[in-house]
Write a protein that binds this ligand. Structure first.
Ligand code: AMP
Ligand code: GLY
Length: 443
């Protein structure tokens, strides 16, 4: 593979990377970044029980709230690029602070993170820029909300405005359920995140995730993905952070992608610029492909989890160079990440009880894994004093496999997953049902 033509050098040191976060997403970023021979060391703060299994990766416990100390640590570690994984530090302004101290950061400033941390702001943003999305009302009074719910034809979707760890969205079956959800949110179910409620018209269609790496002006797209948000097979049960994913999705044809770029991606980046927001990081477009075309369900200011674990193994070693160029505001716009001529499937294993209460601390046994084009990215794991790998979260680990087609990729993923065990292990057997031929189409 020849990358020189599409990824010109920017002649800045790129040896030591810091990734903030503790999930499977961050481990997969580390895995993709280590592929580049320029990279010497990758620190994950805080990382998890699987982080140090990845080449060049080391865990470190930095207190990101003690800002002075953080800067001193980054200086002494000679960090060249900071990649911020989760939305909470981005929403708290960690990007702004590190940039003020002259670090190159992949991850937007607080103003850009608002796309995710305020759903009402994001809706206004889309209205201004004429970006297709569901009709919505942003409301802080219960009486007004009831009026709107009762005067709408169908029950409205109810969302807490702010961050709620993916739990702040209610898809009601009746108007009474919409009203109940509105009351719970305005009464403080999500604290300050629920001071404003967003009511939305319910739209229908398959959901897809699109990721644009931005430098404030230009962008590079990653392969598309489809996540499986529901806990149970046949896409039933409660919403979760994501139970598995596959990439790329054939739902996004070349023509549809052109339409998405024209109606959604470009207008989003233009509107950010119009608002003087220098967005250097990934924009995650959560889209629904409706009968009347693609619509934005939500924006996130970070990579999706588990979409990130699924996509990373398809990328070439220059992914990290693109991250650095985004952080420096130096994309040419002609970069193309060389994508493997394979597909990728990811299945998440969770603790029993997730997404509600669950127990942790169970030993994880890993048997005979076929490592060819297969990665295990730990999400919620820790290592005990005597070196044993233990469960330490709701989503415990992801198994990601690549192959020529989705049937082969998922066959390998499930075969390997059967070699992994811990007390209460749960996973869906139908991840990728949309693209697997050897699975009952009733799913
Ligand atoms: P969000 O956190 O906004 O992505 O919402 C979580 C999930 O709720 C989405 O992935 C959709 O499945 C569903 N959802 C959100 N908004 C709507 C809507 N307006 N209509 C239908 N489903 C929605
Ligand atoms: N996979 C969904 C998310 O990361 O929000």
């Amino acid at each position: 593979m020849n990358f020189n033509s599409t990824i010109p050098e920017i002649n800045k040191k790129l040896e030591n990377i810091l990734i903030i976060g503790s999930g499977g997403r961050e481990n997969s970023l580390g895995w993709a970044i280590q592929k580049n021979e320029l990279i010497k060391k990758i620190y994950l703060s805080p990382g998890n029980g699987g982080s140090e299994k990845i080449k060049k990766c080391m865990r470190i416990n930095l207190d990101i709230t003690d800002k002075k100390d953080l800067i001193n640590n980054l200086k002494s570690l000679e960090i060249d690029l900071v990649v911020i994984g989760p939305e909470i530090p981005l929403a708290a302004g960690l990007g702004d602070y590190l940039r003020k101290n002259d670090f190159d950061v992949f991850g937007p400033n607080q103003d850009g993170a608002k796309l995710e941390y305020s759903k009402s702001w994001a809706k206004e943003f889309m209205k201004k820029a004429n970006i297709p999305t569901s009709k919505s009302w942003e409301i802080d009074s219960f009486e007004e909300a009831v009026k709107i719910i009762n005067s709408s034809r169908d029950p409205l979707v109810v969302k807490a405005d702010g961050l709620a760890s993916g739990k702040g969205v209610f898809i009601p079956k009746s108007k009474d359920e919409s009203i109940e959800a509105t009351k719970a949110i305005l009464n403080g179910k999500f604290g300050e995140s629920g001071q404003v409620v967003v009511l939305e018209e319910k739209i229908q269609g398959p959901e897809v995730s699109i990721f644009a790496l931005c430098d404030g002006e230009k962008y590079v797209l990653l392969p598309t993905a489809q996540d499986h948000k529901r806990l149970n097979e046949k896409d039933e049960g409660p919403n979760t952070g994501g139970m598995g994913a596959y990439s790329p999705t054939p739902l996004i044809t070349t023509n549809l992608l052109k339409e998405i770029i024209k109606k959604i991606i470009k207008p989003t980046i233009d509107e950010l610029r119009r608002k003087n927001i220098d967005y250097r990081g990934v924009i995650y477009f959560g889209l629904m492909i409706t009968k009347s075309g693609p619509k934005v369900i939500e924006y996130n200011c970070r990579f999706g989890d588990p979409e990130c674990q699924t996509i990373m193994p398809l990328l070439d070693k220059n992914f990290v160079v693109i991250l650095q160029k985004c952080a420096m505001g130096k994309l040419t716009g002609n970069e193309k990440i060389d994508i493997a001529n394979k597909v990728s499937g990811c299945v998440i294993a969770t603790s029993k009880g997730y997404p509600n209460e669950y127990k942790t601390g169970f030993p994880i046994e890993i048997g005979n894994i076929d490592p060819t084009d297969c990665q295990i990215f730990d999400s919620g794991t820790s290592i005990s004093k005597n070196g044993e790998l233990l469960t330490d979260g709701g989503r415990v680990l992801s198994i990601v496999c690549q192959d020529k087609d989705f049937d082969m990729a998922f066959e390998k993923a499930y075969k390997n997953l059967n070699e992994i065990n811990f007390d209460g292990i749960y996973f869906r057997n139908d991840i990728g049902h949309q693209v697997r031929k050897n699975i009952s189409k009733e799913n």
